[in-house]
Design a protein around this ligand. Structure first.
Ligand SMILES: [Cu+2]
Length: 167
């Protein structure tokens, strides 16, 4: 303020403006991208399909009988458990062209389920059921890995999905 109560003239320099504008535009742009992908394109995190008492996984359906179950033509559901240091089942067989829904959880510590080339990448947390659906079109073997470090033999924790050529 000057003595006469007027503000001194403010100068916004071009280089200040060059910093101010992106700092407003970038968060707005990111928020817009988030809104479009979440609500427009329907892209979400793999769902948390339910809860299970982590100490009672072995007695709780469907994890009391881990395995592959056909639920319809070309539709399969896999009940999968992870524990140190193995998946059950550790080999899954489906025909090519199948849509497979994995229902998976952990019996002990945090594990992961990663099937590269099949867009499966979820964390398996004790007490939570992860649900992820994918489609296997090309015949072949798809390795599935635990990709959350879970102890001394973590590197041995893997299995495979065998996609058999349709006859
Ligand atoms: Cu693991």
């Amino acid at each position: 303020m000057t003595e006469r109560g007027e503000r001194p003239p403010t100068t916004v320099y071009l280089y200040e403006l060059a910093w101010i504008l992106p700092s407003i535009a970038i968060p707005i742009g990111m928020l817009a991208a988030l809104t479009v992908t979440a609500f427009g394109a329907g892209i979400h995190l793999p769902s948390q399909a339910g809860r299970v008492v982590p100490t009672r996984v072995a007695e709780t359906a469907p994890f009391d009988a881990p395995g592959v179950k056909q639920t319809g033509p070309g539709q399969y559901e896999v009940a999968l458990t992870a524990q140190i240091w193995a998946f059950a089942p550790n080999e899954i067989r489906v025909p090519a062209g199948s849509t497979v829904t994995f229902l998976a959880t952990s019996k002990d510590v945090v594990h992961g389920l990663l099937i590269p080339n099949a867009r499966v990448n979820v964390m398996l947390l004790p007490g939570q059921i992860a649900k992820v659906t994918t489609r296997f079109d090309r015949p072949g073997e798809y390795a599935m890995f635990c990709h959350e470090y879970c102890g001394i033999a973590h590197h041995t924790m893997w299995g495979k999905v065998v996609v058999e050529a349709a006859r």
